[in-house]
Design a binder for this molecule. Sequence first.
Ligand code: KIV
Length: 281
Amino acid sequence: MDIWNQKNLGHQWKTLALGKQQAMLSKISKFVSKKNKSKIVCLTAYSKNIVEELDKFTDLILVGDSLGSVLYNYKSTRNVTLDTMIEHSKSVRLGIKKSLMIVDMPYNTYRNKKQALRNCKKVIKETKCDGVKLEGGEKIKNIVNHLTSNKIPVMGHIGILPQLVRGKFKSKGKSEKEKKQLMKDAKTLECVGSFAIVLECIEKNLSKQITKEIQIPTIGIGSSSYCDGQILVTDDILGLTNSKIKFVKKYINLKNFIKKAAKKFRLEVLRKKYPTKKYSY
Ligand code: KIV
């Protein structure tokens, strides 16, 4: 029995029926049991072709509502709809073989217990994902509790909450008041049955303390190496966005490769070098 089952979810998850739910439970348990054993690798994905490659190297893939700004140029993730999340998630599902697949619940889709449960069930049914992610801590404890009591695996998200931010993003956890609240948020989410928590832009010593004091994995984004795992937006690490955020590391400049390929294609078409016999019927 792993720590996640033992500590938090005995009352909820032990009652899971055999079959599909059992398989989902064991996938989540396996993920949670990585805490204190090895670092956990997570990335975002919005479509099949890219996630097929990511999946070979990740433990968790998040269909993030960051797709609102990354793909659709929305000023805020608030404009992302449930239908958009579902369509992208269906595509992502096609490319995942082994990683846990978690879908972000967009803004205003989990305002109360009833609405949250209805929408989460819809997302899980239509996308075949393994769980959902909700932004917020203590304030949404009743909603998270309702979801986990109904056997919906929930990943928490505290620190910067993009669905609530207006204007510039500022790191969290520097003042005593913020520190206390964030620790309370993390412990509350653990207590109501979340299986992991994203810590977004939380000061490093507080991230360390939270990671130490809770039994479920913390997944950092701009929250230092003390977290149990890390997540970044894939389009950022591939150099497909112009992100200047401090914690973003570009691992490749894919734009250059795309440019080269498109340029070569253009030249070959203009010079009638493509298609040759080999590419014709
Ligand atoms: O929407 C998203 O992609 C996220 C991650 C960056 C944590 O929430």
